[in-house]
Design a protein around this ligand. Structure first.
Ligand SMILES: [Zn+2]
Length: 372
């Protein structure tokens, strides 16, 4: 959610990060356990004990979430997927797995292992609770609470809406049955949005009845809704760009403009007059950078007469050339990751073309509209 995360550990070669928003949920958990739940359930406990157990239980809840995410990441890695970081944030945890799974069975395994590990943890905590029953009531109570929370986590994650684990399980089954990943994703995403709206409605009802924790459900539902819609988009984009190379996306005609040209002149004389969209920025004989229509659009209009092309271009040293054979999906991902609008296509030291973000987006739009 935030740009800055804290790295707290590295387990099996996977970085574990904490997003600042996680502090909110950690505080809420500690407070509702230590300040509300334990004192109500065990009135004989002194305050300090209730808070200590609240803190310990919260820490172990997040350790449990971490185990859940690690199980996803490790199964994904064992299946040959590239695995990024695990980040704990406001709504739990997320393991960054870079590519969509290639086979339904793999996706099934990767998804189902998360809830499974939550259920295993629930069982273990339950055993600990029974085992410690006589020895220590507080520890036994904390373990029992953890068993219940992990069961809840497992059940919630199994709700059959994409991109939750249960939705991925549903998708893998539909995918296996129909052989069509896009269609399977669409159905699972619709289920995901349905569940999201249901959660929001439930939350609203609770709020109307004066239970303000219902807001939490509304929030989770809202998050899930956008994740479901976004997840489907991603799959569409990936499948549209499947097999598309840089040479299919690039523009091969581009005008040359001086770095000192004002944006107003660029718009008037080149974009409107000559209908060019991509420009090489030169100073004398040297290439200084590239400018696309997007860069112009991102500049406020009142700055056009004063700002110069060199102020808005992507400078040469930030441009990373690709070859004409580079995969279109990689190009889109790298434009997004580096937050730049264009990439030059080079072959043997020669500039073959330029790809702008709009070229890629236009290609996707065209193909989607044609139903390809
Ligand atoms: Zn999961």
């Amino acid at each position: 959610m935030f740009k800055h995360k804290w790295r707290i550990a590295r387990i099996f070669g996977i970085n574990i990060n904490i997003d600042p928003s996680w502090l909110i949920i950690f505080f809420l958990f500690t407070w509702s356990l230590g300040g509300q739940f334990f004192p109500m359930r065990y009135p004989a406990w002194p305050n300090s004990l209730a808070w200590t157990m609240g803190l310990l239980t919260s820490l172990l809840v997040f350790a449990s979430v971490l185990v859940h995410e690690l199980s996803h990441a490790l199964v994904a890695r064992q299946q040959g997927e590239k695995v990024g970081d695990i980040t704990l944030f406001l709504l739990g945890g997320v393991a960054q797995i870079n590519d969509e799974p290639k086979k339904p069975l793999r996706e099934f395994g990767m998804a189902v292992v998360g809830p499974l590990s939550s259920f295993v943890l629930a069982g273990l905590f339950f055993l600990v609770s029974v085992f410690l029953h006589r020895a220590s009531q507080p520890l036994s109570a904390a373990a029992l609470t953890l068993a219940v929370i992990n069961t809840g986590l497992g059940v919630f994650n199994l709700l059959p809406g994409f991109p939750m684990d249960g939705g991925r399980v549903l998708r893998s089954i539909l995918w296996q049955a129909t052989g069509d990943m896009k269609k399977a994703t669409r159905i699972a995403s619709i289920a995901g949005q349905g569940i999201a709206f249901l959660l929001m409605a439930l939350g609203f009802l609770q709020v109307l009845r004066g239970v303000f924790s219902g807001l939490w459900l509304v929030f989770i539902g809202w998050f899930l809704q956008s994740a479901a819609a976004h997840g489907y988009e991603q799959v569409v984009v990936r499948s549209v760009l499947q097999g598309v190379k840089a040479k299919d996306l690039m523009s091969t005609t581009f005008a040359t403009v001086p770095a000192s040209l004002t944006i107003q002149a660029l718009v008037d004389d080149f974009i409107l007059e000559r209908k060019d969209r991509v420009f090489m920025v030169m100073e004398g004989d040297d290439l200084r950078g590239i400018v696309c229509l997007e860069d112009v659009k991102a500049t406020p209009r009142r700055d056009w007469p004063r700002s110069r092309v060199r102020d808005i271009m992507t400078p040469k040293d930030r441009l990373e050339a690709v070859s004409p054979e580079t995969d279109g999906r990689l190009i889109l991902a790298s434009l997004a990751a580096k937050d730049i609008n264009q990439v030059p296509v080079m072959e043997g030291g020669r500039l073959e073309g330029i790809i702008c973000r709009t070229d890629v987006l236009r290609y996707i739009k065209l193909k989607t509209e044609l139903g390809l």
